[in-house]
Design a protein around this ligand. Sequence first.
Ligand code: URA
Length: 242
Amino acid sequence: MRIDKLLCELNIGSRSEVKVLLKKGLITVNGEKLLKPETKIDEKTAVVSYKGKEFRYQPFVYYMMNKPAGVVSATEDSLSGTVLDVLAENLKEIYGDDLSGVPIRDIFPVGRLDKDTVGLLLLTNDGELAHNLLSPKKHVEKRYYVETDLSITRDAADRLMKGVAISEQEFTREAKVELLSDKECIIAITEGKFHQVKRMFQAVGLKVLYLKRISMGSLFLDETLPEGKVRELTQEEVYRLC
Ligand code: URA
C-alpha cells in the first residue's frame, strides 16, 4: 500500500495533509523516515510513528453498540442524530479529541434498527461480513425482546411462529417465540423486512411498545454495555461472526 493511503486509513489526515507531514519528515515507518507519498510499504508489518505515537494498520474494525432510542441507523441524516454520531462521541471519550490512529473511516451500521428501537447494533467497515449477515439468502437469526400493549395469547404466539401476512404480498417465514410474561416475549426471526417485528405483532392485533435487539447470528448484546455505549468486539466475537 502507498504510505499516503495508509496514513489516511489510519485517520492521520487527508491525502493532502499527510503529503505535507511526509515532506516535513514527520513520519517514520519501521524507524525509517519516509518523505515520498508514493512510497510503497507492507501495511501488514509497518509500524508508523507520528508525534511520538505508534500506529499499526487494521484492515477492519468491529464495534458493538447498545443503540439508544432517538438516533437513526444511518451514516448521515439532516434531521436526526445518527449512530455514527454516537460512535464518534464514544471514541472521543475513549481516545480524547485526537482520533488520529483510530480507524474510523468508512464505518457503517450493519442493518437498520428503527429510531425508537434499542439494543445490539454492529458497526464495521467490513462489507463482506455485513453482506453475509444481511443477505436474505443466509437466514441469519436476529432475536428481539418485545413488550406489547395487550396480552400475547398462545394463539397469537402460534400465528407469529407459523408466519403472518404483513402486507398483501409479504408473508413472514417461521419464527420462534418465547413468552416471558403476559406482555413480554423474545422473538427470533431470520429475515429483515422493513419494520418487520412491529408489523408482525400488528398482524396479530398487538402494538409493540418497546423493542430491543439482543442478538444477531453468533453476536449477543453485552448486557454490561449501557445504552448509548460502544465497545470493540473481542477477537473471539469477530472470529465466530466471520
Ligand atoms: N423490526 C422492527 O419492527 N423494527 C426494528 O427496529 C427492527 C426489527
